[in-house]
Design a protein around this ligand. Structure first.
Ligand code: ADE
Length: 269
């Protein structure tokens, strides 16, 4: 999977994504990222200006349409060449449009489901904004997805783009060593992950729950599911409600789930 990031700070993207798991995945050829400097596409040869005042007044500068559009066109050209494809509107083998994500607090809030959807793409383009924003006309022209990482405002789009690229990359087959960890972790099944323990068996007077030492895998799985449910109920009631609607307990399980919950509470207190 190839990530193309339109940015004013390419070194931030390159450094941020080149270490650890993503760096290894890149070396193995599983993912690739290129950070493209929007400034290189400025029509202003002298100062490479990319921003200007906002029509109608208001504080701050706005990123102009032309450098962003030309930067996008260069990326599109490269992708077309790589894929031997002439039609930009049908750049995907399946005839789907190339997806261009504008990272903005005005977008839909990013989540695991969106990450899984993006992970199906062969190429994904990100546009990182700065200053007071971007001229609306170029957004209308190139953007397919408006995505935020949460209801707060950062100084620019690079960190949100990296958050999204990291999340999407680890869903690309082969990027994680252990495929299972992408399945069982938080959100994989709509619940938060259960608590986990490593050696020693006792630390600061706290013992590892006995069931985890029992060797009974069925019981361990049941315990983990109960813990996941409890944790989600306590920390993320919004997710719990959704999960309960999608996984209504069967009548005989209802009683058991209530009993287990009471037991867990007692054990943890
Ligand atoms: N740019 C600034 N703040 C942002 C946010 N919360 N999400 C995405 N892009 C942003």
């Amino acid at each position: 999977m190839n990530f193309h990031v339109m940015t004013l700070f390419p070194e931030m993207i390159e450094q941020g994504l080149s270490t650890s798991i993503l760096g290894r995945a890149k070396d193995k050829g599983l993912i690739d990222f290129e950070a493209v400097n929007i400034r290189d596409y400025s029509a202003d040869e002298k100062h490479h200006k990319v921003d200007d005042y906002t029509y109608g007044g208001g504080a701050g500068m706005l990123m102009q349409a032309q450098p962003i559009y030309d930067c996008y066109k260069a990326i599109e050209e490269k992708i077309k060449k790589n894929r031997n494809c002439e039609d930009a509107a049908k750049i995907d083998a399946g005839g789907k449009r190339l997806r261009v994500v504008y990272v903005t607090p005005q977008g839909a809030v990013f989540n695991q489901q969106m990450a899984a959807d993006f992970a199906k793409e062969e190429d994904l383009v990100f546009l990182c904004g700065h200053y007071e924003g971007v001229d609306e006309r170029v957004l209308e022209e190139i953007v397919t997805d408006y995505v935020s990482i949460g209801d707060y405002v950062l100084t620019g789009g690079e960190l949100p783009a990296m958050v999204m690229i990291d999340t999407i990359s680890r869903l690309v087959p082969g990027v994680l060593n252990n495929d299972e960890s992408a399945m069982t972790e938080s959100f994989g099944n709509g619940l938060l992950e259960y608590p986990q323990y490593s050696r020693p068996e006792e630390w600061m007077g706290k013992r590892v729950p006995a069931i985890l030492l029992s060797g009974d895998h069925k019981k361990v799985d049941e315990w983990r599911l109960e813990q996941s449910i409890e944790r989600t109920k306590e920390r993320r009631p919004d997710l719990y409600e959704k999960w309960m609607i999608e996984n209504p307990p069967k009548p005989e399980k209802k009683k058991r789930r209530r009993k287990k919950t009471a037991e867990n509470k007692e054990e943890n207190s």
